[in-house]
Design a protein around this ligand. Structure first.
Ligand code: SF4
Ligand code: SF4
Length: 99
């Protein structure tokens, strides 16, 4: 699933450089996540890096962009041209707890 930034964002800037896909940018009011680029950090990290650093916890899952782990891996491969090396697909049950 892609993530989204809510209007609780305080524009602190710390999440933008942490995104491995360049999915975060400053929008008209607050920071925004491009759902076409957000893989929930699948393929890069075991956890969502933006969520890890956000001081106000304003980055939930996007309800309109529900994707399976396989779809997120496919998006990662499309964006990077790389085969995912971590996390491995056999860790997919972990994602079930997110949905
Ligand atoms: S979850 Fe990962 S890929 Fe998605 S916006 Fe956050 S840092 Fe970027
Ligand atoms: S870390 Fe959180 S509060 Fe800071 S800019 Fe990103 S979404 Fe907004």
């Amino acid at each position: 699933m892609a993530l989204m930034i809510t209007d609780e964002c305080i524009n602190c800037d710390v999440c933008e450089p942490e995104c491995p896909n360049g999915a975060i940018s400053l929008g008209p009011q607050i920071y925004v996540i491009d759902p076409n680029l957000c893989t929930e950090c699948v393929g890069h990290f075991a956890t969502s890096q933006c969520v890890e650093v956000c001081p106000v916890d304003c980055i939930p899952l996007h309800p309109e962009h529900q994707e399976t782990r396989e779809q997120l891996l496919a998006k990662y491969q499309l964006i990077t041209g790389n085969e995912a090396t971590f996390p491995t697909p056999d860790q997919s049950p972990k994602l079930a707890s997110h949905s």
